[in-house]
Design a protein around this ligand. Structure first.
Ligand SMILES: *[C@@H]1O[C@H](CO)[C@@H](O)[C@H](O)[C@H]1NC(C)=O
Ligand SMILES: *[C@@H]1O[C@H](CO)[C@@H](O)[C@H](O)[C@H]1NC(C)=O
Ligand SMILES: *[C@@H]1O[C@H](CO)[C@@H](O)[C@H](O)[C@H]1NC(C)=O
Ligand SMILES: *[C@@H]1O[C@H](CO)[C@@H](O)[C@H](O)[C@H]1NC(C)=O
Ligand SMILES: *[C@@H]1O[C@H](CO)[C@@H](O)[C@H](O)[C@H]1NC(C)=O
Ligand SMILES: *[C@@H]1O[C@H](CO)[C@@H](O)[C@H](O)[C@H]1NC(C)=O
Ligand SMILES: *[C@@H]1O[C@H](CO)[C@@H](O)[C@H](O)[C@H]1NC(C)=O
Ligand SMILES: *[C@@H]1O[C@H](CO)[C@@H](O)[C@H](O)[C@H]1NC(C)=O
Ligand SMILES: *[C@@H]1O[C@H](CO)[C@@H](O)[C@H](O)[C@H]1NC(C)=O
Length: 447
C-alpha cells in the first residue's frame, strides 16, 4: 500500500510544483496590481482618518468650550440669584414681608431649575444660613420661613454639616440626595419625595418625615430619636444600626425594610403600619368621631360638629339617670335639621389602600333620627359609597332609643368621610321626636 502510494505521488508533486510556480507568478501580478491600487486607497483612508481625527478633536474642543460656557452661565445664574436675595435681605423692612418672600421663592425656584446639584447645594446652604429655611417655633429671629414647595433638589450631596438644625423643607424633591454625617435635629421634610436618599451616620432628633416618600432610603447608623415617619413610604429602607427610640411609624409602609424586631419595639408608635413582612401592626380601636365629654349634656355642640341651620335653640338635652342625649322633642313645625362632622382617615391610608380596613359605625338612635356616612378620596371626590344607620323597622316601632351598628369595608381611596346626623320630620311618620347619642366610627383590621 505504502510503496504504491509513493509511486503515484511523485508526478503529482511535480505537477503541484508547476502549478505553484504559476500561481506565485499570478500572485505577484495580482500583488503588484493590488499595491498600485492600494496606495491611493491608503492615502484616501489616511486622509479620511486624519479628517475624522481632526473633526473629533474639533468636536472635543467644541464640547469643552460648550461645557465651559455652560459652567460660566450656571455660575452667573447662581451668583446673580444669591446677590439679588442678599441685597433684599439687607433692607431691614423686607425681612418679614410676604411679598418679598414670594419674590425670593420665585427667584429661587427658577434658578434651581437651571442649576446642577453642586450649585443647588450652594444656593440651599446660602438660604439656610440667611435664616430663610429655618423653622423657628420660639421666634428667636423675626424672619419668616421661605416656602420652597416644589423645589427640585434631587441629587444634592451634603456631608459633615454639624449645624443644620430646624431646616424647613416641606414638599420638595430630594430624590437621590444625601445628608451624610449631618446634624438635622428639629428639621421638617413633610410631604417630600425623597426616594433613594441617604442619611447615613446623621443625627436626627424630632425631625418630621410625615407623608414623605422614602423608598430605599438609607438610615444606616442614623439617630432617629422621636422622628416622625407618620404615613411615610419606607419600602426597602435600610435601618441597619439606626437608633429608633420614640420614632413614630403610625401608618408607615415598611414593606421589606431592613429593620429589626427590637428597633420596631423601641419605636414610640407603630399603629396600623405595614410591617416588613407585609402584615399590619395593631390598629387601635378608637372612636374617630369627636363627641367631647358628656356629649348631649350641654346645649352647645362640640366644635367638630357643624350645622347648616342654627338648631341650637331646638335642642333640648334629655337626661336619663345614666346619660344625656341630643333630642328634639317636637319636629312637627321644623324642616330637616342636620349636624355634620368631617373625619380625616389619612392616618389609616396604608391599611385602607390595601383593602384591609373595615369600619364599625354605631350609635344610639330614637324616633326620627338617623345618620349617614359618605366616603371621599384625597381629591374630595365621592367614592360612591354611603352607609346609613337608623330609621329601620325596629326604630319605627318603638318610642325608646336603640343601639344600632353597621360594619363594612372602607373604599380603597378613602381619605376623609362626612358624617351627617339627621333629625327629620317625616310627614307620615310615627314619631315626631328625634334623639341620638354616642355615635361612633372606628376602623379595624379586616380578619
Ligand atoms: C404672611 O402670610 C401669612 C400667610 O399667608 C400670614 O399669616 C402672615 O400674617 C403674613 N405676614 C405679613 C407680615 O404680611
Ligand atoms: C429649633 O426648634 C426647636 C423645637 O421646635 C426649638 O426649641 C429651638 O428653639 C429651635 N432652634 C432654633 C435655632 O431656632
Ligand atoms: C437614583 O439613582 C439611581 C442610579 O442613578 C437610579 O437608578 C434611580 O432611579 C434614582 N432614583 C430616583 C428616585 O430618581
Ligand atoms: C456605622 O458605624 C460603625 C461603627 O461606628 C462603622 O463601623 C460602620 O462603618 C458604619 N456604617 C456606615 C454605613 O457608615
Ligand atoms: C410579621 O412580622 C411581625 C413583626 O415583625 C410579626 O409579629 C408577625 O408575626 C409576622 N407575621 C407573619 C405572618 O410572619
Ligand atoms: C345659634 O343660636 C344660639 C342661641 O340663639 C346662639 O347662642 C349661637 O351663637 C348661634 N350659633 C351660631 C353658629 O350662629
Ligand atoms: C308639636 O308642634 C306642633 C306645631 O307647632 C303642635 O301643633 C303640636 O301640638 C306639638 N305637639 C306636641 C306633642 O307638643
Ligand atoms: C362595633 O362597635 C360596637 C360599639 O363599640 C360594638 O358593640 C360591636 O361589637 C362592634 N362590632 C364589631 C363587629 O366589631
Ligand atoms: C319607617 O317609617 C317611615 C314613615 O312611616 C317609612 O317611610 C319608612 O320606610 C319606615 N322604615 C322601615 C325600615 O320600615
Amino acid at each position: 500500500m505504502f510503496s504504491l502510494k509513493k509511486k503515484y505521488s511523485q508526478p503529482q508533486a511535480q505537477q503541484h510544483q508547476r502549478t505553484q510556480q504559476k500561481s506565485v507568478r499570478d500572485c505577484h501580478d495580482w500583488l503588484t496590481l493590488l499595491i498600485s491600487a492600494l496606495v491611493p486607497l491608503m492615502i484616501g483612508i489616511f486622509t479620511v482618518v486624519i479628517t475624522i481625527q481632526q473633526q473629533s478633536s474639533a468636536n472635543r474642543q467644541r464640547q469643552q468650550d460648550q461645557r465651559q460656557a455652560d459652567s460660566l452661565q450656571k455660575d452667573r445664574i447662581l451668583s446673580s440669584c444669591v446677590d439679588d436675595i442678599a441685597k433684599l435681605l439687607l433692607t431691614k423692612e423686607v425681612a418679614t414681608d410676604n411679598k418679598t418672600l414670594l419674590y425670593i421663592r420665585t427667584r429661587t425656584l427658577s434658578s434651581l431649575r437651571k442649576l446642577d446639584p453642586e450649585r443647588k447645594r450652594h444656593l440651599l446652604l446660602f438660604l439656610y444660613e440667611s435664616q430663610l429655611l429655618q423653622y423657628d417655633k420660639g421666634k428667636r429671629h423675626d424672619r419668616l420661613t421661605l416656602n420652597l414647595v416644589g423645589a427640585d433638589l434631587n441629587y444634592i450631596h451634603i456631608t459633615k454639616l454639624n449645624n443644620f438644625n430646624n431646616l424647613s423643607l416641606p414638599g420638595v424633591d430630594l430624590n437621590n440626595a444625601s445628608f451624610l454625617n449631618c446634624h438635622l435635629p428639629y428639621s421638617r421634610f413633610a410631604d417630600s419625595s425623597m426616594n433613594d436618599i441617604k442619611f447615613t451616620n446623621s443625627f436626627l432628633l424630632e425631625t418630621r418625615f410625615s407623608r414623605c416618600s422614602l423608598e430605599r432610603a438609607d438610615f444606616r447608623n442614623t439617630t432617629l430619636a422621636q422622628v416622625s415617619f407618620k404615613s411615610a413610604i419606607l419600602r426597602h429602607a435600610d435601618f441597619t444600626r439606626a437608633w429608633t427610640k420614640g420614632a413614630d411609624f403610625t401608618n408607615a409602609d415598611l414593606y421589606e425594610a431592613l429593620i429589626t424586631e427590637q428597633q420596631l419595639q423601641e419605636a414610640g408608635l407603630l399603629d396600623s403600619a405595614r410591617l416588613p413582612n407585609g402584615s399590619f401592626a395593631m390598629v387601635q380601636d378608637k372612636n374617630l368621631v369627636v363627641n367631647g365629654k358628656n356629649f348631649g349634656c350641654h346645649t352647645k355642640l362640640p366644635s367638630a360638629w357643624s350645622m347648616k341651620v342654627n338648631a341650637t335653640k331646638t335642642f333640648q338635652y334629655y337626661r336619663s339617670s345614666l346619660n344625656c342625649y341630643f333630642r328634639i322633642a317636637n319636629l312637627s313645625s321644623l324642616g330637616t335639621i342636620s349636624i355634620a362632622q368631617s373625619i380625616d382617615v389619612t392616618d389609616y391610608s396604608v391599611l385602607i389602600g390595601f383593602g384591609k380596613a373595615e369600619y364599625n359605625f354605631s350609635g344610639l338612635f330614637g324616633g326620627n333620627a338617623y345618620a349617614k356616612i359618605t366616603f371621599f378620596t384625597s381629591t374630595a371626590v365621592k367614592t360612591g359609597r354611603q352607609v346609613m344607620i337608623g330609621l329601620d323597622v325596629r326604630q319605627n316601632e318603638t318610642e325608646t332609643i336603640l343601639f344600632q351598628h353597621k360594619c363594612g369595608e372602607i373604599p380603597l381611596d378613602t381619605r376623609r368621610l362626612d358624617l351627617i346626623v339627621y333629625f327629620e320630620n317625616i310627614p307620615q311618620g310615627r314619631h315626631n321626636f328625634a334623639v341620638f347619642d354616642n355615635v361612633r366610627f372606628s376602623i379595624k383590621k379586616k380578619t
